[in-house]
Design a protein. Structure first.
Length: 629
């Protein structure tokens, strides 16, 4: 989570649609939630501008930050994807030596220490960035883990060729299990106490997240360039536990189980190569693009041991610790999922300075997935559709831009869950489609952006035979906006919001199997970041963040006791307050930042899946010290 002392994610953001820099996350979208969907899960990640199949978490020592690319910010991408793009940036290095020390006391008394370096070796030709960090992570539900992150990022440049490689790892050990509350009726359970840990003390997990790869960017000839990369992303579970409380009534009586997973290894290899020919002079410019990308994924799952702490009809009161001695654990064989996908792309991007731009692309995708379970069961799914994208942007005036676009995609859908009648069956890939349009207005130091969008995907859920199958479609239609800039010389604003009408359609809704609202997706989500610079201590800056979610559906199904409606959570609004100060100790730039999150200690639930809940974060304090040497 490195950042330099002078970095400020809020004031450095291009828009309010999402981004990160070091410890700071800003904007309304994240790497796992854009317009109500998960772009990272859909395979829509890039790293230093190159396609990257991200399977695991990236080490904080590797990533400088990220941006969420939707609307105007996605217009210049070759082969864009529905639900936006997560664009990661690795740490840069150059001809100047840089050392940054990060010290932090974070939520619930946790801590982080890290050191990042930028080291020149041969001026103009060879340098590297490197970092190491250690931290303790804690959450409101009592979860705790110890993390170690490290990365080495060499950069080589000779002539018109630049090669940037990276080797990185992020490991978590001693991870307490994070119990889930599963509501089995038309009621929301009572929240447990603050930092009340309901998991087993002996259930400690260990994960290894690894990412390795390299990018190359080269000018081959006049007007002809190449950009490509080769990557590997790994997620290995050495030990992993899932603890569940199935809450049977409003009084909190619950059955209590735990799943212990065997060692599971998962990896994704991915690559991309694109040739671009630029031609045209003066105001008119053209780009012809041709290339390919591909990925191979191998995922292991299952083989878990099921431990029932409440056999028969016995229950325990949810919210009270229910500790048990470590039982004998017996693992089974794991399931293996394989995915191969290759896409061939041709595209054209043309622009006229001060007038506008057009982006056209055609993509042929070959998709082949299989899932193998113990006992010889093997199911497959194949698809080879033509996909396309088209967008146009015009500037009627220097302060006004308009755009419209359409893009289709194909996403992996995994396999049916273990509790389905068709468990482990390989599900068909999801054909997706997005249509959007927007306007950008620049008024002095303020930039306003607003877009309308509609995203359509197939919808999978449990049918009346308990099969996990397509029951219709899901459509997210909405409007989003962003306001960025300086309201005064001292007051900066970064404000965004999205108002959606997310709807499930099809026979599942008609039969009453599914409700009309997707689980966990609010109709309204908004976030306002404000910072005000004072003359105190030569520039002490105060910050405030207000974030709001409207009500969210907890259950995918409907309940007669709720008049045929879905179980929902009420709306919530959170306030964070903070202060930051930049100063020097001798010639060393230093930044000190204090943040109080959820100031009013608002209690609420987070929805993870249908009927699955986890306590949201409570009031917490963080203090960050960053120094550049």
């Amino acid at each position: 989570m490195a950042q330099h002392a002078g970095d400020n994610a809020q004031q450095g953001a291009e828009d309010a649609f999402g981004g990160s820099m070091g410890w700071e996350d800003v904007g309304i979208y994240t790497a796992t939630n854009v317009r109500g969907f998960n772009p990272q899960q859909a395979g829509n990640a890039r790293i230093d501008g190159v396609y990257f199949d991200q399977l695991s978490s990236l080490a904080q020592r590797l990533r400088e930050g990220s941006n969420i690319r939707v609307g105007f910010a996605a217009l210049d991408y070759v082969a864009p994807s529905p639900t936006g793009i997560v664009a990661w940036r690795t740490h840069p290095s150059g001809d100047d030596f840089v050392a940054t020390l990060n010290l932090a006391s974070t939520a619930y008394g946790a801590d982080v220490e890290s050191l990042d370096l930028g080291v020149p070796v041969i001026d103009g030709h060879l340098s590297f960035a490197a970092g190491i960090g250690h931290g303790i992570q804690r959450y409101a539900d009592g979860f705790q883990s110890e993390n170690l992150a490290r990365a080495f990022i060499p950069r080589i440049r000779f002539g018109d060729v630049e090669i940037k490689a990276f080797v990185s790892g992020f490991t978590s050990s001693g991870m307490k299990v994070r119990p889930l509350a599963i509501t089995t009726g038309p009621f929301v359970p009572k929240l447990p106490g603050r930092r009340e840990y309901l998991g087993q003390k002996w259930a400690r997990g260990h994960d290894g997240n690894w990412a390795h790869g390299a990018t190359i960017k080269a000018q081959i000839a006049k007007g002809l360039s190449f950009r490509g990369g080769l990557f590997r992303s790994e997620l290995n579970h050495d030990e992993n536990f899932t603890e569940l409380y199935f809450i049977e009534n409003e009084a909190g009586a619950a059955s209590h189980i735990l799943l212990a997973d065997p060692k599971q290894q998962n990896y994704a290899n991915s690559w991309e190569g694109l040739f671009t020919w630029r031609f045209g002079e003066g105001k008119v410019k053209h780009r012809l693009i041709a290339g390919a990308r591909g990925r191979y994924r191998k995922r292991e799952s299952g083989g878990s041991d099921f431990i029932d702490f409440t056999p028969g009809a016995t229950t325990v009161p949810y919210g009270d610790p229910d500790q048990h001695p470590l039982p004998a654990i017996s693992y089974g064989s794991v399931n293996v999922g394989n995915l191969r996908q290759v896409a061939y792309t041709v595209g054209y991007i043309g622009s006229i300075d001060g007038v506008g731009q057009i982006n056209l692309g055609l993509n042929r995708t070959d998709y082949d997935a299989s899932f193998s379970a113990p006992g010889g069961l093997r199911t497959t799914s194949k698809a080879n559709p033509w996909l396309y994208n088209a967008s146009v942007m015009v500037r009627p005036a220097s302060w006004l831009s308009l755009y419209a676009g359409i893009v289709t995609g194909l996403e992996d859908n995994g396999s049916a869950p273990e509790n389905a009648a068709n468990r482990n069956e390989q599900l068909p890939a999801l054909k997706t489609k997005q249509i959007d349009a927007g306007v950008q207005v620049k008024l002095g130091k303020i930039t306003l952006v607003s877009s309308v969008f509609q995203i359509e995907k197939p919808y999978f859920a449990f049918d009346t035979a308990n099969r996990y199958a397509q029951l219709g479609g899901v459509r997210h239609r909405g409007i989003e906006f962003s306001v960025t800039g300086n309201l005064t010389e001292r007051l900066h604003i970064l404000a965004g919001g999205v108002m959606m009408d997310p709807v499930v359609t099809g026979p599942g809704v008609a039969l009453g199997i599914s409700g009309r609202r997707p689980v966990g997706t609010p109709n309204i989500h908004g976030k306002i970041d404000l910072s005000y610079r004072t003359d105190i201590l030569n520039g002490l800056t105060f910050t405030a963040v207000v974030e709001h979610d409207s009500k969210r559906a907890v259950s995918s199904g409907t309940w007669a006791a709720l008049g045929g409606g879905q179980l929902t959570l009420p709306s919530r609004t959170m306030l964070d307050l903070g202060a930051r100060h930049h100063f020097k100790i001798s010639d060393i730039p230093v930044s000190l930042r204090l943040v109080v999150e959820n100031v009013f200690d608002r209690k609420s639930w987070d929805v993870l899946a249908s009927n699955s809940l986890r306590p949201a974060e409570r009031r917490r304090f963080s203090l960050y010290l960053i120094a550049d040497f």
